[in-house]
Design a protein around this ligand. Structure first.
Ligand SMILES: C[S@@+](CC[C@H](N)C(=O)[O-])C[C@H]1O[C@@H](n2cnc3c(N)ncnc32)[C@H](O)[C@@H]1O
Length: 258
């Protein structure tokens, strides 16, 4: 299988547009140090109507003024999500060097499916690091605020290669709020959070994000002096990621306020 031409690239960053499973199959074995990603969660996919709902109705608060494009691949039920995730996670394992790490976001609803898929894919599941989004998220009166998402951590076999791992003790949880101004994707992650997670790797490492969205992982990797490879299926988000990496993307506040 041959790699398609990149959608965009420079000396440190390569962005492909297409289905990550196909592009992963064409990437060389043991060619990256880490997979750091945020797949479509397919949360709420228990019923037919929930699976068909647009991503904005699942992940955007009613009354939110900023409009961002819909994204794809968020329509699976839990069984097919687990099966699909195990396919791309197995390819990610092959593409990652022995001892390399996986950091993958997920929410509480899909956490059990994702921990299964990671292990079916052949990774050693190592734990869960909560991302505390702070009190800025939607309150639930009479119940607990859904304030956290989770970063599932895993490795490709033992993590013995000390020369390629930073000898630091990473935090066990991260508190970082979402800044609407820098958020260019419906479920975009804060750049600062991604930089703090990438701090597990030495500069010069190569990071792969098979679900790049608006390119936040790639932007953070570049800021940390790392190489990165991203894949995004949606034309619109691939273009947003490209413009962001090229330094020509407007901020959400300037571009998308309605
Ligand atoms: C949760 S979002 C990632 C958001 C990203 N972390 C950011 O900060 O912008 C997941 C992305 O994966 C993309 N996607 C879904 N299925 C895909 C596939 N099979 N191959 C590549 N990208 C896919 C979606 O279009 C969406 O933009």
């Amino acid at each position: 299988m041959t790699l398609p031409s990149p959608f965009w690239g420079d000396t440190t960053t390569t962005l492909y547009q297409g289905d990550s499973l196909r592009i992963l199959q064409a990437l060389p074995t043991a060619s990256v140090d880490a997979v750091v990603t945020d797949p479509p969660y397919s949360s709420g996919g228990m019923t037919m109507s929930a699976r068909q709902a647009p991503t904005s109705s699942k992940y955007v608060l009613t009354g939110t003024k900023v409009q961002r494009p819909e994204f794809c691949g968020d329509n699976r039920d839990q069984r097919s999500f687990t099966l699909w995730a195990s396919l791309w996670l197995a390819e990610c394992l092959r593409v990652t060097r022995p001892g390399g790490v996986l950091l993958s976001f997920i929410d509480w609803r899909q956490l059990p499916s994702m921990t299964d898929a990671v292990q079916v894919g052949g990774w050693i599941w190592r734990g869960i690091v909560p991302w505390d989004k702070t009190e800025g998220v939607r309150p639930q009166m009479g119940f607990f605020r859904a304030q956290c998402e989770y970063v599932l951590t895993a490795s490709n076999g033992p993590m013995g290669d000390q020369a390629r791992t930073r000898r630091v003790c990473m935090p066990g949880c991260f508190r970082e709020s979402v800044h609407s101004r820098e958020k260019l994707h419906i479920t975009g992650k804060p750049v600062e959070l991604m930089k703090r997670l990438l701090d597990i790797l030495p500069s010069g490492s190569t990071v792969l994000d098979p679900f790049a969205g608006s390119g936040t992982t790639l932007v953070a990797a570049r800021a940390m002096g790392m190489h990165s490879i991203g894949v995004e299926m949606s034309d619109e988000y691939a273009s947003i990621a490209r413009d962001r990496l090229a330094g020509t993307a407007p901020t959400t506040a300037a571009a998308a306020q309605v």
